[in-house]
Design a protein around this ligand. Structure first.
Ligand SMILES: [Zn+2]
Length: 464
């Protein structure tokens, strides 16, 4: 195990969080980056596709093996383990204040088909390592600190992202969840029940995962950047200040089709050409805001009958639109819908538009961002403030608790592919930043009552 130099947290940093904190003290943190990497590689072996690809859909055999391993690591780190009805897994480091609202960290371990070993997993395995390091350093938090493995951040099996964190935040509609089916025709409740989770009804299952602002003081997620900015600028840590709001539309144009030779051009209503016009207008609409934070993508495109000698009868597009500004994003969505209607009228095709999801953006909690910045200074890392353009469980946790994210670089900004990679030193540094920030937010339980930063801060002392 590699020894890391003692990390000193100075009073100036603490003062951001607590006006009564004055004395500087030190905390010797040992984070073993190589051990964390070995655990990530172990986790990657439970995959439905051969290495280096990682494919792990929720509640499958490989997911259950990965879950058992996560729980084993939590126990080995001295954490109390529990699972909820959705299959969210918690490891808890007790606080000295039994009534204190928890400070939480965590991420996901599910992986889309053909993904890599680092997306989400760094925040789960790294979160456990952070709590382990705090415990081994003898740190006694005032508030409890929890690490969470969220169920189904990826939408692969049921088409819905972040089901675990949506349920925690009270933002998962059980009636809507009941309408979803996987490729085998199973409902979410059936799949969860088969995996040993679930409840008597979908509503009870969803309610069983609920957390409230009263029992959650703050949330902080460690994640690979999934973009190229940190690597390009040679920076070690990204301090996330906002998470972009995702939305998705499903647009279906229907025409009459016909034989590619016999159907003369003036008589056609070609669904694929309507889709082609719309795709170009999606790009134009996003560029039209004049802001780089607005992005729109036509990432899924299916035509029927998809034959060379047939005029396309059906064209179904899925359109992803994101922005850190909710109203601006909604303006783009409305413009795309209006364009689709105009194209359908002009080309005499039928149109159906469905909103798959339309989630709010999240601004990170000022006290969580301040805790991360103090931790970054303490570790001596280079950093910058940035926006998360991908969504994460943090997007939903931000609805019930002051939330933040710590980004580490990943090679070429690649993610959701088998060659996804983050360097062991970057992973270790990220965990150190995470541990120090969590310690600040939870407060030092050996020095008085109450927590430091997240909730109804009572001026508790937070020296480490
Ligand atoms: Zn992720």
């Amino acid at each position: 195990m590699r020894r890391h130099p003692a990390l000193l947290l100075v009073a100036a940093a603490i003062a951001l969080l607590s006006c009564t904190a004055s004395a500087a003290a030190s905390l010797a943190l040992k984070v073993d980056g190589q051990a964390v990497v070995a655990q990530l590689m172990q986790l990657a072996q439970w995959s439905d596709d051969p290495a280096p690809a990682v494919t792990r859909l929720i509640y499958t055999d490989n997911d259950m093996k990965a879950r058992a391993y996560v729980q084993q690591l939590m126990r080995e780190a001295g954490l109390q383990v529990r699972e909820d009805t959705m299959g969210n897994i918690y490891g808890r480091l007790a606080g000295t204040d039994p009534e204190g609202a928890a400070v939480a960290t965590g991420s996901h371990t599910d992986a889309i088909p053909g993904a890599g070993a680092y997306d989400g997993t760094v925040g789960v395995i790294g979160g456990i390592a952070a709590l382990r390091a705090l415990g081994e350093a003898g740190f006694k938090p005032a508030r409890p600190i929890e690490v969470v493995m969220f169920t189904s951040e990826e939408p692969t099996r049921f088409g819905l992202s972040c089901s675990g964190s949506r349920a925690m935040a009270g933002l998962l509609d059980s009636a809507c969840l009941d309408t979803l089916r996987d490729v085998n025709g199973s409902t979410y409740l059936q799949a969860a029940s088969a995996a040993g989770y679930g409840a008597a009804s979908t509503a009870q299952m969803v309610a069983g995962a609920r957390r409230t602002p009263a029992d959650l003081a703050a949330f902080l997620e460690l994640h690979i950047e999934q973009g190229p900015e940190l690597e390009k600028e040679g920076l070690q840590i990204g301090i996330v200040t906002a998470i972009a709001a995702p939305a998705a539309l499903r647009v279906r144009f229907s025409g009459d089709g016909g034989h590619a030779g016999a159907q003369l051009m003036p008589l056609r209503n070609d669904a694929s050409l309507a889709a082609a016009e719309l795709a170009l207008l999606v790009e134009k609409t996003a560029l039209g805001t004049g802001v780089v934070d607005t992005v729109a993508t036509v990432g899924s495109w299916h035509i029927q009958p998809n034959a060379v000698n047939s005029v396309p009868r059906e064209a179904a597009l899925e359109i992803d639109v994101r922005d850190i500004d909710g109203p601006r994003r909604d303006g783009v969505l409305a413009a795309i819908k209006a364009e689709a209607a105009a194209i359908a009228a002009r080309r005499k095709v039928r149109l159906a538009v469905e909103t798959i999801n339309q989630d709010p953006p999240a601004a990170c909690g000022a006290q969580v961002v301040a805790a991360v910045e103090a931790a970054v200074r303490e570790v001596g890392a280079s950093s910058k403030r940035m926006v998360s353009r991908a969504y994460h469980d943090s997007l939903f946790m931000a609805q019930i608790a002051p939330t933040g994210m710590v980004f580490i670089p990943c090679r070429n900004g690649w993610s959701h592919r088998p060659d996804e990679f983050a360097a062991p030193d970057d992973i270790q540094r990220g965990i150190e930043v995470l541990a120090l920030a969590l310690a600040q937010l939870a407060g030092d339980g050996s020095r008085g009552s109450g927590g430091g930063g997240g909730g109804s801060g009572s001026g508790a002392r937070t020296e480490l």
